[in-house]
Design a protein around this ligand. Structure first.
Ligand code: BG6
Length: 487
């Protein structure tokens, strides 16, 4: 779908849950970012709905307070805010009011930034009011996670949505797919054929993915305590990221073909050797500790967390993707809150080569092997670690690094993944959205893991806030004579 097409279409984005935390933290700053970049045309407007009492004026002030970190002149902010209108009320009443406000020419996009338990009543009201289409246009439906809490509930949710809406109008948000460097892995692989042939079981000894956050539950204790890190990060962000970066080259770069390839990966993805035990999986919860010299409380002391909660804030595991390309390559995954720093990194480690010097061959087990690393947050950098001859009269091999700061190279400011996601939804490009089948496949992987957690077959470990997780996690990769890298 081209940008030109969207430019000509008057668009109305209708946000349910407009006064919530997500809207304020992510959606308004992202829309403002699009506005400042000139991606929101005059004919785009926003109808925001919620249960709290706001006038248009006080609601625009609420949005303004969420834009504090974005610099711009006040005329721009006033212009942006004038696109917003607020409607308060019960869902049926709200949807009828929306019906009166829209014009037949408008493309409607409904954004469900609410709890999944509210999806049904909202979508039913939209259907009853005849807004599943507007004129001859199909409306679009944007859903925030969580998309179910297990396979069964996710299938039920899909069935519910499909009762009213075709899959082609459904946009399930996973903002990790919109991260620039995660997408860049596709170009790295498929537009540099030599590299793609190297990234396979023939040359790669193991893959590591770490998503570390230094923050805790950030005032969302209630949500997180019922969710845990496996559902919050692994089922969606991590499995979506891995399916994208491990897939084969799609026939075309369209949502249909990309989803087809991602699904093949998800279907072949499993815990290493199907061994759901302490040898392959670790779950843990943080205790009090220090991050950047600041003392932070334990998970159990966080607001709205049950005092005896067994919810995991850290998860690590060894996985395998049994496709012809990756079969038998261990994939180490680690994700956690209250780790020493924010870091998102994917590393492909090459098999150890036989070097030239005797010294190298004696010591090569102690050198970090050659590696391709993609650091996708907080900085965005691609590095290639290689062996070079150390300067001097002796013939000595030494690891060295080629390193590219991608935004610097393209001379462009970092843009938040949410801006990209919303821009794609506005112009109707579904490439970066997960399909119903992908989500179901992810739950197929996750359900048995949650089951062994529930049966306590994998004990809940503890780690100090500010550490890289429990010692059991450190031991995982040693099974394959390697270590986590903590950059
Ligand atoms: C959200 C999770 O989906 O992703 C949060 O609910 C998490 O718990 C966040 O902090 C991480 O996103 P990012 O882009 O900051 O890595």
């Amino acid at each position: 779908m081209s940008y030109d097409f969207w430019v000509g279409t008057p668009t109305c984005l209708i946000i349910f849950g407009a006064t919530g935390d997500l809207s304020r933290r992510k959606i308004y700053p992202a829309l403002f970012d699009l506005f400042l970049r000139g991606h929101l045309i005059d004919k785009t407007r926003f109808i925001c709905t919620g249960r709290s009492d706001y006038s248009n004026h006080s609601f625009r002030e609420l949005i303004l307070s969420s834009l504090h970190s974005q610099s711009s002149d006040s005329a721009q902010k006033i212009n942006f805010l004038s696109k917003f209108e607020y409607i308060k009320g019960e869902i049926g009443q709200v949807v009828k009011l929306i019906r009166e406000k829209i014009t037949p020419q408008e493309q409607l996009i409904f954004y469900f930034a609410v709890k999944p338990s509210l999806f049904e009543s909202i979508i039913e009201a939209i259907s009853e009011t005849g807004l599943i289409t507007n004129g001859d246009r199909h409306s679009r439906f944007l859903f925030e996670k969580p998309f179910g809490h297990d396979y069964h509930s996710s299938a039920k949710l899909n069935n519910l949505i499909h009762r009213f809406v075709n899959e082609g109008s459904v946009y399930r948000i996973d903002h990790y797919l919109a991260k620039e460097l995660i997408q860049n892995i596709l170009v790295l692989r498929f537009s540099n054929e030599f590299l793609d042939s190297l990234l396979s079981k023939q040359f790669i000894s193991n893959i590591q993915l770490t998503i570390a956050e230094d923050v805790g539950v950030e005032g969302r204790g209630d949500y997180f305590d019922q969710t845990g890190i496996v559902r919050d990060m692994f089922q969606n962000h991590i499995l979506q990221t891995l399916s994208l970066i491990l897939m084969e080259k799609p026939a075309t770069i369209t949502s249909h073909d990309v989803s087809y390839e991602k699904l093949k990966v998800l279907k072949q993805f499993k815990v290493w050797n199907h061994d759901l035990s302490e040898k392959t999986l670790v779950r843990a919860q943080y205790e009090a500790g220090y991050i950047n010299g600041r003392r932070v409380v334990s998970y159990l002391e966080e607001k709205d967390v049950e005092s005896n909660s067994e919810t995991e804030t850290f998860f690590a595991g060894i996985f395998e993707c049994a496709t012809p390309r990756w079969h038998n390559v261990p994939i180490f995954v680690r994700v956690g809150k209250r780790l020493p720093k924010r870091l998102g990194i994917i590393s492909f480690f090459f098999k150890n080569s036989v070097g030239l010097s005797e010294e190298y061959n004696l010591l090569r087990a102690f050198y970090s092997p050659s590696a391709l690393r993609v650091i996708f947050q907080p900085e965005e950098r691609i590095t290639m670690q290689l062996f070079l001859k150390a300067y001097g009269s002796e013939f000595r091999e030494q690891p060295a690094q080629l390193s590219l700061n991608v935004p610097d190279y393209f001379n462009i400011a970092f843009s938040d993944a949410y801006s990209r996601i919303l821009f794609d939804a506005l112009r109707g490009d579904r490439l970066l959205f997960a399909s119903s089948e992908e989500i179901l496949q992810s739950w197929r992987i996750v359900d048995p893991i949650l089951e062994v957690f529930k049966k306590n077959l994998i004990p809940l470990r503890r780690y100090s806030a500010g550490s890289w997780g429990p010692k059991e996690s450190e031991l995982l990769p040693t099974r394959f004579s390697t270590l986590w890298e903590n950059l």
